[in-house]
Structure formats: structure tokens, C-alpha cells
Write a protein of this length. Sequence first.
Length: 399
Amino acid sequence: MVITKDQFESYRDEVISIRRDIHAHPELGFQEERTAKLVEEYLAECGIQTQRVAKTGVVGLLHGSQPGRTLLLRADMDALPVQEETGLPFASQNPGVMHACGHDGHTAILLVAAKILAGMKNQLAGTVKFVFQPNEEIDGASYMVKEPGVLNDPPVDSSFALHLWSPIPSGKIGLQSGAVMAEMYIFKIKIIGRSGHSSTPQDCKDPILCACTVVQNLQSIQTREISALDPTNIIVGKIAAGTAANIIPDIAEIEGSMRYLYDGSDNSPQHPRKRFERLVAGICAAYGMDYELEFIPSNYTVINDEASVRFLKNHVLSHFADSTDIIPYHCMGGEDFSEFTNHNGIPGALVFVGTGNPSAGSDKPHHNAKFTIDEDTLLTGVKLHVFTALEYLSSKDKE
């Protein structure tokens, strides 16, 4: 089960070419028709059967020569509504749409890894599912996992993914167990008062005054109730109320987002959303207001399984990375990969592949109009997927 450095190097131009082609033709979530067709045709040429799911999602199924476990490897395909400003010769040809998060690289990496593994299928004992997911930026995974053939038929035993990550320098790999990417919820609060003339505030219930108190006190959750060592981020992005300067309105509306790495029970009173609702209810009661509170899930916390992380460190990364290049890492960004792992009870892990390199211009933030990746890190991703599959399907006892 040996694949040499030179063999990987022989795929360098191919993975770069695929990435650049996808980068030049970005597509928004659930609109990835060209990308999905590219994926299907490439996998078919490798002898891998495919299935279209969740409109533009693609699942490729590779059976080894012997029965065994089923491994899921996932890449996302969608772009962002951003006007590209990189000036690259292969920049987006679709105005207002750009691959500003590395998903073009993820797709290219998994395609080339699939090609290599297809050529080694006689050495595999089990099945690899290559999952190409649409609409990661807006929770496309929740649609995908409901489709037949994604998490079942055959049932998935473990799931792994990677994310090219510009905050980490090229050559470094971010990996740790536990919560590594934040859960995110959009919140909407409607505070219901009683309108009237500003000359007689005693006859009204002013929802704006109440809303101001709510906004100011929401910050106390993350600064006074939760340890600074447990990241929590509550941001109000929108406040709307009133129609005229001399009218106290009936309703004030507040919208924003919550991000946190909390991995405890949703029913615990210590959960950030439970704390949030308790505070809103208390303030509204103090002002004599009614309220409506809605939480809209965007993605759940990505929690790396401890045994999966141990497996990667002991048996996968050692093939191509020094131990000094592996660093603990977590962040407040959101990722819906949790749908393939902890949220559905499947062990697995998300690995951050550093792609930050000032000389390559790849040190810009994700979702920035000048974002790009260090293409030298694409082969690192290919190696990660290939060795994960080879090692995982070679033994049931590896951790």
C-alpha cells in the first residue's frame, strides 16, 4: 500500500488545472450545475459510479476488492456572491460570483484523490464515498444527509473532510479533538409594546427603550456569564422600529447572530441560547413587554472525534508531515460538516490545511474579494485524503 512522493508529484499539474477551471466558473449554492457535471464526468472516467443528490450534489462510490468498512470523504463546491478582485488570469468569469473560500480547491483535491484511490482499489477492503456537497455556505449538508445513499446504503462508519485555511501558514496543519468550528444561529427578536403619541409616553409601552436595554445587556452573556476561555460571539446586525419621530411604535425588531463552541446539551440552562432567552424574557418582563424570539440554525458545532484525531495523527499525517507541523486549532467560523459527523452520530474529523503564504498572495481572509489559495498546498490535501482512505480501510483497529 505504498505510494511515493514522486507519484503524488505527478498529479500536481492536474489538481492545479482542475482548481483553476472551477475557480474561473464559480456557481452559487444549489446552482453548481457545471461543477457537478465536471465531477460526474471525471469520476466516471476513473471508473467510479456516481449518484446525483440534493439537486447539484454528487456522491461517488468506490468499492474495494474485499468487504469492509465505509469511509466518507467530503468536499464542498459552492462559491460566494462576491465580485473577484484578485487579478488572476483564471479569475471568475461570472460577474458577482467568486470562489472566495477555497471550495474550488477542495473539489479539485477530492477528485484527484478519488482518481488515485480508484487505481488502488484492489488494495482496499471496504468502500469509499466521495461526497461533493452543494451550498455549504447556507447549510447544504442538512439537505444532503437526508438523501438515500449519502449516509446509508452502505452505512457510513467514519467521515473526514479538510478545509484550506488562510489564517494558518502554508506547511502547517491544524488539528485537535473537540469543538473546532462554531455553531451558528441567527436570532430574531420582536418586542411588542403599545404605540402612542410621544407627548404621552405614560400611556404607551415603548419597545425601542426595551430593545436598547436588550442589546446592551446581550453582551453580558459573553463577558460576564461565560468564561473567556469558552468562545462565544453575539452580534446584533439589525434594529428596526418606528415610522415617525413623534410616535412611539408598537414593535421593535432586533436581528443578529450567535456563534459558540459549546458542546453540551441543548437543554442545559448553561447553553448560550438558553442564557440568551432567559435574559430577553427577563428584560421584556421588567418593561411590561411581550416578545417573540426565533432562533434559526445555520450550522452546528463541528466536534472532532477524539479517536479519529488520534488515528489521523498516528497513521495518516505521519506519511507526509512532521509532528512540528501539526498544530492545535479551532476557530469561530461556521461549517456544516457536522451534519456528516457528530450531529448524526458518525465519528470523524475536520482538518485545517494551512494555505496562508504572503508571497503567493494567499494570506487574505476568507470571503475577501482578493482571497486565493497557495496552490502548493493542494497536494497536501490530496495526500491527506488518500492516506486517510488507505489507512482506514486497511485495519479495523487503528486509532
